[in-house]
Design a binder for this molecule. Structure first.
Ligand code: PLP
Length: 406
């Protein structure tokens, strides 16, 4: 397996010495992703689907990217991946499609801890007669209860929308258990995997989810969103694409205006980076085992950083960690906190004076902040988010600055 140093060398941006600790906002890209994208634009930038050889060749990375992301999510033959501009766009599109088939009185369970991307599009359906049922957060410790969720799901439930990991709290929810609960009454789950996908291997087949969405720009790739859907779930909806696109044209019926070709080429580069992490030969075909190995390495590398930062924050009595106050496998390296006497903006302003990137705010988990009693969501929380390429040295540098700031 590659060392951290070898990994960091794949990212030109990391060589500047700037500590990127705002990865939940967006990750850096390895060189091969940018190189592939650039090469595509300079050499194969034509429209797809024509008969000439170049047009045929230009289509290959687009197909390969769909296949790669389906493998990365372990969609197998059960489902397909549609690309779109972003997670927010894809979920909004999905909700608009469901609007056409929901009946008045149908219920949609929505998690209060969600990023607005997987909240607002469902809440809008209230106007069309859907009933929104809130899966609330416990304001004391920012936890959610599966027992409570079970009590909210009934024969009228059609959709259960929730994040795999909240982008503020960092805790991993039991997707498999939630999907099983929803399926007992024939409801579909729509899982926002954006805050999970940069850290662990996705396995939609094992979890048996209907819809799972993430943003590729937070998973070391270019700006795009990827939506996995079970074939049967895709088939029950009319896609947003033009009327003459057949109903069984999956995923194209969901790719209004088609996908971003050069970003697809970038994603093919990402598949090579995954092989590099998993210690596989560059010309070996990528398989599921390599994906799992790569993400296990990421998890291992992240672990000591979690432990160190949480240990530090726990040593400060004025600090309250928002989310689980422990390191470990049940959380990712997205750690938020508030301070008794200092505003988040004051703390972050101190850090901003150094070559370290963190941020404060509600991070579009606006309703979660309000539910937790954070009276000014614009102030929100201080959030530090790291991934496998970050180093302990960067966390130590941050701690040194935080120590002065708080
Ligand atoms: C958990 C979560 N969901 C959804 C989104 C929205 O993603 P996009 O920018 O691709 O719309 C974000 C972005 O920060 C996020 O963190």
């Amino acid at each position: 397996m590659p060392t951290l140093e070898q990994i960091r060398r794949q990212y030109p941006s990391l060589a500047t010495g700037f500590a990127y600790l705002e990865n939940a906002g967006g990750s850096q890209v390895p060189r091969i992703v940018a190189d592939n994208l650039r090469h595509y634009m300079l050499h194969t930038y034509v429209q797809l689907g024509a008969g000439y050889e170049l047009s045929q060749r230009a289509g290959q990375p687009v197909e390969q990217a769909h296949a790669f992301i389906n493998l990365m999510m372990n969609g197998q033959e059960q489902g397909e991946v549609a690309f779109g501009a972003s997670t927010s766009t894809l979920v909004r599109m999905l909700a608009d499609c469901y609007a056409e088939i929901l009946q008045p009185g149908d219920e949609i369970v929505v998690a209060e801890i969600g990023h607005e991307a997987n909240v607002g599009p469902w809440v809008r359906l209230e106007k069309q007669g859907a009933k929104i049922v809130w899966w609330r957060v416990n304001p004391t410790d920012a936890s959610v209860s599966l027992e409570e969720l079970e009590s909210l799901i009934n024969e009228r439930t059609r959709i259960v929308a929730f994040p795999h990991v909240s982008n503020l709290l960092g805790e991993i929810l039991d997707v498999k258990a939630i999907a099983a609960m929803a399926h007992r009454v024939g409801a579909r789950v729509v899982v926002d995997g954006v805050a999970y996908a940069p850290h662990r291997a996705i396995d939609v087949a094992d979890w048996d989810v209907d819809w799972y969405v993430f943003s590729t720009y937070k998973v070391y790739g270019p700006h795009m969103g990827a939506l996995y859907g079970k074939r049967e779930a895709f088939l029950e909806l009319t896609g947003p694409n033009h009327y003459f696109i057949p109903r069984d044209s999956i995923p194209y019926k969901f790719e209004l205006g088609s996908s971003n070709y050069e970003s697809c080429a970038g994603l093919v580069g990402l598949s090579h980076y995954i092989k590099f992490l998993a210690d596989r030969d560059a010309d070996e075909p990528l398989d599921r085992r390599a994906i799992v190995d790569a993400f296990e390495l990421m998890q291992q590398l992240e672990h000591p950083l979690q432990s160190r930062l949480i240990e530090y924050l726990l040593s400060k009595p004025q600090v309250r960690i928002i989310g689980p106050a422990h390191a470990g496998d049940s959380r990712v390296g997205t750690i938020s906190f508030v301070h008794k006497n200092k505003r988040p903006s004051e703390i972050v302003a101190e850090v901003d004076k150094h070559p370290i990137g963190i941020r404060h705010g509600h991070m579009y988990a606006h309703r979660l902040c309000l539910a937790l009693g954070i009276s000014d969501p614009e102030e929100g929380v201080v959030r530090v988010s790291f991934v496998h390429y970050n180093s302990l040295e960067e966390i130590e540098r941050l701690i040194e600055v935080l120590n002065r700031a708080i």
